[in-house]
Structure formats: C-alpha cells, structure tokens
Design a protein around this ligand. Structure first.
Ligand code: TYM
Length: 343
C-alpha cells in the first residue's frame, strides 16, 4: 500500500480537516507501517498560491501546519512528511499531465466554480489547473489509497481519469501482449462517519478555513474556553434531540453536532441518540464541548511545544523532501520516456 495525501497550509488546522482526513492519516500510518507499505504526507504549498496570498504568511503557515500535523501524530520516522515546493517533480509532472487532462474535465470541477465565484475571468490560471497538480501529487508516488474528506472526491476521480487516459494513450502493449503502465489508479479513502463536517453557524455549509467567521469552526489550537464558547454558541433549533437518525434529516445543525460527537467518541449516530434522544441542547452541548476539549487537549499541548522549534521543523521537512525526491524519480522519468521527451 502507498498512502498519499496533502493539506493546504492556509489558516489553522480545524476539526473538519482532523476528522475528515488527518486522523485517518495517522491511523493508516500505524497500520501501513506494520504491513511494509509507505505513507507520504505533504503541505500543499504550491496549491496555496492559486489564491491571493502573502508570501511571509505562507512561509509561517507552512511551518505551523507541519507542527500541527506532527502534533496530531504524523511521525516522520514512519511517514515521509514534506512540503511540495521542495520536490520539483510535483510541478514537473503537472506540466506533463496538462497534455492529457481535458478542458471539459476541469470545467466540471465544483471547487473551481465555488472558489472563483462570480469572478471567473479574474481567477488565477493556477486555480483552474489546480486539480491537475493534485493528480500529479498522488500519481507521482503510485498512490494506492488517498485519505481525504468528501470535498476532495471529485479531484480524486479526475486523477483516476488522467491516469487512465495517460496509460491508454502512452503505454502500448509489449510484443508479448503485456503492458507496463506508468500510473497506478488511486482509491480515495473517505471516512463515512466524518466525510463532511459542517460549519457551526450553518449546517448546510462545510466547516472551512476560508469562512470569515472563526465561530464557524473549531481550530485544533483553540483553548478549552474557546472550544466551549463555540460549541455553546453553535446554531441549533429549539427541539430536543430525536431518538433515531431519521429524526435528524431536516435538522442539519443538530445532525452535524451529533455526527461530531459520534466521530469523536467512536459511537454510531444511533448510539449517541440512544443516550441523548429526548434531551435538549442545554445538556448535549456541554457534553460535546467536554469531549472536544479532552480530544484536543493533548494535540494543542504538543502543537504549542513543537511550533517553537522552527529549526527542527525545517530539518524534518528537508529530510522528508529528500526522501520524496528519491521516491518520485522513477515515475517522473517513466512519464518523460512514455511521452517521447529526450532528456
Ligand atoms: P484542504 O487543505 O482543504 O483540506 C485538507 C483535508 O481536510 C479535508 N476536509 C474536510 N473533511 C471533512 N469535513 C470538512 N469540513 C473538511 N474540510 C476539509 C479535505 O477533504 C482534505 O482531505 N486540495 C486539497 C489538498 C491536496 C491534496 C492533494 C489532497 C493537494 N494535493 C493530493 C489529497 C491528495 C485541499 O485543499 O485540502
């Protein structure tokens, strides 16, 4: 197994990132290490320049996000942890795949539509071709599994389409009927219990770093008081919790809080409702706040310590990048060869 995934170093690591993706990175790292597989986790700093950004902030955020991942349990002794900018093969492979990706495929990407909004003409070219870079990120390492939240599913499907078309177009059968394909088709791994954690202010919008209201998300570095305050102020409705999951269907905010409680405690929605069904948010919210504070406490304590040691973070990223460059070399060379490019 080859596990590959990335996160943009913009803003804080929040609960959606943690439950949707990072917690699974750590779980997979632990499982894969035992079975001889490998994990590659990276800061997608090249993706971050697709939106307007401040260079000094990007540098600081890259280090902060690295510290946050380490605090969550990503272990550089068992996983390769790096930032894209130190591994030029990502940008190189993107260019090579630009010949295979189709305009029509990219035109269908919902994230581009969401992020460019009404200002499509003013959006950067990087925002449009962003999913091709994301395909390069995983194909470069022959990823078999990509742990992500539900919002990245479409990008992963595009990566598979690009890999399939490239293999079809440029990997002809050998004389003996066998063929040596350049790319492995990656599978997304999306946690069913936390595929899409929603905003605390609006149960129909996903929890996101780009939401202007900090009250909409729980950041992994929030203090216990902030977490409690955010949970208590979370939008809800006046009804008590229902006794079964069907009763949550038209209540997106209640559904989200119950899902978060379940994901944090390892309980199904039905179990959570067996315990809290019939009770109001005056009881449920403090219970949820407690669980959150207890889950986040060790992570934020480690984060506060790790972020102080910039030299150590830079050393870890440099070591990871060196391993990633080695791991990427073969696939990159095979791609050049398949395209008939002399090097
Ligand atoms: P990013 O930085 O927006 O998010 C990082 C990871 O967190 C997940 N996530 C969520 N999961 C559940 N609920 C939410 N509210 C929520 N918000 C975010 C995302 O699905 C993601 O797994 N384009 C990617 C970064 C990337 C990447 C890659 C990922 C670049 N190259 C290659 C996988 C493989 C992004 O912007 O994620």
């Amino acid at each position: 197994m080859r596990i590959v995934s990335g996160i943009q170093p913009t803003g804080n690591l929040h609960l959606g990132n943690y439950l949707g993706a990072i917690r699974n990175w750590v779980r997979m790292q632990d499982e894969v290490a035992e079975s001889g597989g490998e994990c590659f986790f990276f800061l997608a700093d090249l993706h971050a320049i697709s939106m307007p950004h401040d260079p000094a902030e990007l540098t600081a955020n890259t280090r902060e996000m690295a510290a946050a991942l380490l605090a969550c349990g990503v272990d550089p002794a068992r996983s390769v942890l790096f930032n894209q900018a130190q591994v030029p093969a990502h940008a190189e492979l993107q260019w090579l795949l630009n010949g295979t990706a189709r305009m029509g495929w990219l035109n269908r990407m919902t994230q581009f539509k969401d992020k460019s909004g009404k200002n499509r003409e003013g959006a950067s070219v990087a925002l449009f071709t962003y999913p091709v870079l994301q395909a390069a990120d995983v194909l470069l390492y022959q990823a078999t599994h990509v742990p992500v939240g539900d919002d990245q599913k479409q990008h992963l499907e595009l990566a598979r389409d690009i890999a399939q078309k490239f293999n079809n177009d440029f990997c002809p059968p050998n004389g003996d009927g066998t063929e040596k394909l350049v790319f492995t088709l990656p599978e997304p791994f999306i946690p069913p219990e936390a595929a899409r954690i929603m905003s605390l202010r609006d149960g129909t919008a996903k929890m996101s770093k780009s939401d202007p209201s900090d009250m909409s998300r729980i950041n992994l570095a929030d203090s216990a008081d902030e977490v409690m305050k955010k949970v208590k102020k979370a939008k809800t409705d006046p009804e008590p919790l229902p006794s079964d999951a069907a009763g949550l269907e038209s209540r997106p905010e209640a559904k989200n809080l119950v899902a978060i409680y379940g994901a944090l405690t390892g309980q199904s929605v039905a179990d959570v409702l067996t315990r809290y069904g019939g009770q109001g948010f005056g009881t449920f919210k403090p219970a949820l706040g407690e669980v959150l504070v207890e889950t986040l406490r060790p992570i934020s304590e480690r984060f506060v310590e790790l972020r102080k040691d910039v030299c150590e973070i830079d050393r870890i990223l440099a070591t990871g990048a060196s391993k990633a460059r080695d791991a990427a070399a073969e696939t990159l060379a095979a791609t050049y060869r398949a395209l008939g490019l002399l090097r």
